[in-house]
Design a protein around this ligand. Sequence first.
Ligand SMILES: Cc1ncc(COP(=O)(O)O)c(C=O)c1O
Length: 434
Amino acid sequence: MTVTPELFSATAVKYRNGELYVEGASLGNIADAVGTPVYVYSQEMLKNQYRKLDAALGSLPHQLHYAVKANSTLAVLKTFAELGAGFDIVSGGELSRVLAAGGNPDSVVFSGVGKSVEEIDFALKTGIECFNVESNSELIRISQRAEVLGKIAPIALRINPNVDPKTHPYISTGLKENKFGILQEAALGLYQQADADPNLHVRGVACHIGSQISAPEPLFDALDQLLSLIDQLADREIQLTDIDLGGGFGVTYQDEASFDIDAWGDRVVEHLGPRGLTVSIEPGRFLTANAGVLLTRVEYLKPSGGPAQANESHADEGKNFAIVDAAMNDLLRPSLYQAWHGVLAVQEHSSSDTRCWDLVGPICESGDWLAKNRMLSLAEGDLLAILSAGAYGSSLSSNYNTRNRAAEVMVSGDGFRVVRRRESLQDQLSTEIL
Ligand SMILES: Cc1ncc(COP(=O)(O)O)c(C=O)c1O
């Protein structure tokens, strides 16, 4: 097998009679019906991941706010909305998506460092649950817009606890050097300012220190800081009711253990049990990553004497390239973060001609690759599944090289349906004026 047993058991795919399935739907049939590249999601797995997180917080009063940025496809949002999820948004566009998917605005928290006047007005008129405020200037702007609109804006301050989440630097958000959140030193003063402001309702405190976090310690360091801030505020007669612990729970992409959500939940319950705070979390990747795959077809094989072993250090001997019909515009994570995604043949081969391949896309960039140094037995026309593609896959896709964005399919049981049709060239050209 070209992927580890840990990954194989973490993903939504399973082999049946030599063919890869998501739930009861054959990936070969989906590709025949919809074409490639196509994202395929398991609705059952989306739901199961949600239920796991929900159960981890046990009897604490809590609300899950799904981080829309991880995968903002309406059918994914609707799946979570139907389970009672709230949503964590970072733009007015994401708020529109939540509303279109049937999400409840009362359970929407609005994060992000650059909320525009239009976005703040939209959120105030919609009546969201809370603005997670990231600077003094933003606090002032929200207060002014609330006054103009005759509303009272519910707010939490997003604290930057200066904690290292020990993850990739591009997805680390809780260090002083990151643009996110308000430093502890400034927080007390800002809370006092907000508490005295009749246009604001101070509800809580929030933090999100990064993504793909594997060990819980940094999360608890941040939690301790939030609790100490809550105590200092209580001494000043500012009583917070909500605590938002952010997202960031890591998943298995290769052989890493998935974040131990039950152990984490037990510790959170212990920390917060007697305080009576409503706990919120903002998970994205944990809910969607391993529920999705990207299906792609091999267009051309371009062997050039690459080694028979998977070994980076033999790169000067030549490389074997498999040029597939998905590219960095469909799945940016490998190019952006050198992320590793498992690759499986949709139809298992018994061929003995296994070689070391780089899977690359058709885009005119050397950085356009999806996987490197994989021992695979490949033929032109083969269908491949890129695993763990349900988070930061379709939502990070683009039209680079004027490529149409991929179709998306939701599987439920034995059935599947297209939940985003493949983009057309007409869709792309329709916004432009000569
Ligand atoms: C404010 C905020 N909340 C939640 C998330 C979700 O993170 P993850 O997908 O790692 O759970 C992010 C992502 O970076 C974020 O910026």
